[in-house]
Design a protein around this ligand. Structure first.
Ligand SMILES: CC(C)(COP(=O)(O)OP(=O)(O)OC[C@H]1O[C@@H](n2cnc3c(N)ncnc32)[C@H](O)[C@@H]1OP(=O)(O)O)[C@@H](O)C(=O)NCCC(=O)NCCS
Length: 187
């Protein structure tokens, strides 16, 4: 059974995501991030125990015409039972309700996403905003994930303004000066 996540689910689905992150399959997510973004997530739960989390998937709105399916993970003992498919389809339905025409995923699971109607696209086609998270990824410039997109043809294009290029200070990471205990941003 798929349902929206509630805050009490967070510790269980954080473990599923972060176990996959240990294998380099996705980004690690802090508990703080997951509580903050809990409304992004759907979970798969056991029919006889709605508190038992089997898998999880998030949907993040990127821009008027684009949302990202992210942190998709099914616990190993529940894989190949259709749960991953149901989780992604819940995100597709959510995008439809929001009026968003395209869904994207950055993934190593090309056949899985192809079976769900996604196609490989040139990564350069994706808006810069998508790559903001790469700053936190250990692979950063050496990213080998495949960019895939599914279009919902029934949803009309939104004529929204383009995302502006990121400001230069978006690339500046605050550091605490050694020995002073002060942040360079605090003076
Ligand atoms: C990718 C993942 C979410 C798939 O979940 P799942 O519950 O096992 O997938 P499903 O059982 O719903 O499979 C859906 C379809 O994809 C196919 N499929 C699933 N995993 C596949 C794989 N590794 N290779 C090829 N096909 C695959 C299934 O055969 C099924 O096709 P069908 O409906 O025609 O039979 C799961 O393997 C996982 O958690 N992997 C580790 C984390 C990860 O890589 N996440 C993706 C990050 S974007």
């Amino acid at each position: 059974m798929i349902r929206r996540a509630v805050v009490s689910d967070v510790p269980a689905f954080a473990k599923i995501i972060n176990d996959c992150a240990e294998y380099g399959l996705m980004l690690h997510r802090s508990m703080a991030f997951l509580y903050e973004h809990v409304r992004d997530f759907f979970v798969s739960v056991a029919p006889d125990d709605p508190a038992k989390i089997q898998g999880v998937c998030g949907l993040s709105v990127v821009w008027a015409n684009l949302a990202e399916v992210y942190s998709l993970a099914v616990a190993p003992e529940f894989r190949r039972q259709g749960l991953g498919r149901q989780l992604v389809e819940s995100c597709v339905e959510e995008a439809r309700l929001l009026g968003i025409r395209k869904l994207m995923a950055l993934t190593y699971e090309k056949p899985f996403f192809e079976s769900l109607g996604f196609s490989v696209v040139d990564r350069q086609q994706l808006p810069l905003k998508v790559w903001s998270e790469c700053m936190r990824c250990p692979k950063n410039q050496a990213c080998d994930e495949i960019a895939m997109i599914r279009v919902l043809p029934e949803i009309p294009e939104q004529f929204a303004p383009q995302a502006p290029p990121p400001a230069l200070d978006a690339y500046i990471v605050p550091v605490v000066l050694r020995n002073s205990g002060k942040s360079p941003l605090s003076s």
